[in-house]
Design a protein around this ligand. Structure first.
Ligand code: GLN
Length: 291
């Protein structure tokens, strides 16, 4: 059997199992199993061993049972970085790259204290924190997450990306941080799915990804409430906050931000036209405490 025959039969197998992107997923799995690059695989179409055929079948069967392809191959690309992920940590989404991109722009244009301090709440795999640490090598980036598994992956990813200016701490939101710390920028992609909507998500998400990384409470806004309530205590003067939003949450999160003394609020849509990133600036020390 040749590699492209394995690709064809894997695609058919996944199609029958009802997998949406059967071809793309088969290709990822076959290339992952063989370790060969895409171009030479297509050009050479090598004969493959029985052992490799069995390995491909094992991976494809896992995918057919609903496991996300990213967990099977164990990594994704995020902002040009290789991010390792696996069961227990949320798979970074392409739209979250917009958050990293906007955060970089916000820092580049803003007034900052030196050395720049950045906080990533609900850091998960650490993808955003690491992208920012790379973009600002003189900064100090902190990432927190309640999940021990997430923190383990985040630390591994920081080491793998050769960044040393990022510190990951396990604990809920601001809890693991010293109160004396002051940040120029807070970023977060918190859990924001309404509890009642979780059942309607794709099975790859609801059966495989960590519920604690998705569940934003009854109205999906629990984490935004906590994040914005305490943000003024942890932001330096003129500090900014950027959060990823779930579908239809922009107005509610804007209100939460304004109630905590934030202004200059901007919302950016993602490529699907959904309001996805909210940026806000802490107006000044005295308005920050108005409830
Ligand atoms: N974007 C994820 C989804 O599509 C949700 C991640 C989150 O809650 N932050 O379900």
């Amino acid at each position: 059997m040749r590699l492209l025959d394995a690709l064809k039969s894997s695609t058919e197998f996944l199609e029958k199992a009802g997998v949406d992107d059967a071809f793309a997923d088969s290709e990822m799995l076959v290339l992952h199993a063989s370790g060969a690059d895409r171009l030479s695989s297509y050009m050479d179409n090598p004969e493959i061993s029985k052992g490799l055929q069995a390995k491909i079948r094992r991976l494809v069967r896992r995918r057919a049972k609903g496991e996300p392809v990213q967990y099977i191959v164990g990594q994704v690309e995020f902002f040009g970085l290789k991010i390792h992920i696996g069961k227990g940590v949320l798979i970074p989404r392409p739209e979250t790259e917009l958050l990293a991109e906007d955060a970089i722009k916000a820092v580049s244009r803003g007034r900052v204290t030196l050395p720049l301090q950045i906080l990533d709440l609900c850091t998960g795999s650490g993808c955003i924190a690491i992208a920012l640490a790379k973009a600002f090598p003189d900064s100090r980036v902190y990432g927190t997450d309640v999940s021990k598994t997430a923190i383990r992956y985040a630390k591994k990813n920081a080491a793998g990306s050769a960044v040393e200016n990022v510190t990951f701490l396990q604990g809920s939101l601001y809890l693991p941080l010293k109160r004396s710390l002051c940040f120029d920028l807070i970023v977060s992609n918190p859990p924001y799915v309404k509890r009642g909507d979780i059942d309607g998500l794709q099975r790859e998400i609801k059966e495989w990804e960590p519920l604690e990384a998705l569940d934003g409470g009854g109205d999906g806004l629990d984490f935004y409430r906590s994040i914005f309530t305490d943000a003024p205590k942890y932001l330096c003067r003129g500090g900014r906050i950027l959060v990823e939003l779930g579908f239809g949450q922009a107005e509610d999160v804007k209100m939460l931000a304004m109630r905590q003394g934030f202004g200059t609020i901007e919302v950016r849509k993602d490529y699907a036209g959904i309001e996805r990133i909210l940026k806000a600036e802490l107006r000044s020390q005295d308005t920050a405490t108005i409830k």
